[in-house]
Design a protein around this ligand. Structure first.
Ligand code: IMP
Ligand code: MG
Length: 180
């Protein structure tokens, strides 16, 4: 069911499904961190901006929100292509850090980031990803996963194709040949 007709984009996960899943994830996170005084949600720009906006509002525990930006990766170089381009402002040391990322694809981005953050001695370090592609359950896993999806390029709810489609309310697959 597609309520926004866009040539080249097919709905995969609806707005309603996303809303329900975000609430469920938030409930689990609330429970898991019940003993923590506060957590730091660390969003990876730009793909996680809508997810972290919804997730942060669905939580009940005390939370701060901050962002980190990484260079877009190079598929051939994978992890070697990841670079930090904007650091967090809130110090990581001693905090319960929950990294919020859009996609777990090769895992290169997340493993780079987790190594980088672990070196700063957080009280705890976990990760939450909106979607995970199938092949990629090996390198690094996330503690919280929204949806497992097929190995296709997805857009919407923060995710882009060439910087387009981030603001779509649903997650859809994109067929580059059919785009305007
Ligand atoms: P990884 O390092 O291979 O896990 O790549 C993850 C990053 O690649 C994500 O943070 C996204 O920014 C980007 N990415 C991978 N697959 C997609 C996709 O299907 N749509 C949009 N971005 C993607
Ligand atoms: Mg990303």
């Amino acid at each position: 069911m597609t309520h926004v007709h866009l040539p080249g984009v097919r709905e995969l996960i609806s707005e309603e499904q996303i809303r329900a899943r975000v609430s469920a994830l938030a409930a689990r996170i609330d429970e898991d961190y019940a003993d923590a005084e506060e957590i730091l949600l660390l969003g990876v720009l730009r793909g996680s901006y809508i997810f972290i906006a919804d997730l942060s509002r669905a939580l009940s525990i005390e939370r701060r929100v901050d962002f980190i930006a990484l260079s877009s990766y190079d598929r051939d170089e994978q992890r070697a292509g990841v670079r930090l381009i904007m650091d967090a402002r809130v110090p990581i040391e001693g905090r319960h850090v929950l990294v919020v990322e859009d996609i777990l694809d090769t895992g290169g981005t997340l493993s780079y980031l987790l190594d980088l953050l672990a070196a700063r001695r957080p009280a705890s370090l976990r990760s939450c990803v909106l979607v995970r592609k199938p092949e990629q359950k090996k390198r690094v896993s996330a503690d919280y996963i929204g949806f497992d999806i097929p190995d296709e390029w997805v857009v919407g709810y923060g995710l882009d194709y060439d910087n387009r489609f981030r603001a779509l309310p649903f997650i859809g697959t994109v067929n580059p040949d059919a785009l305007d």
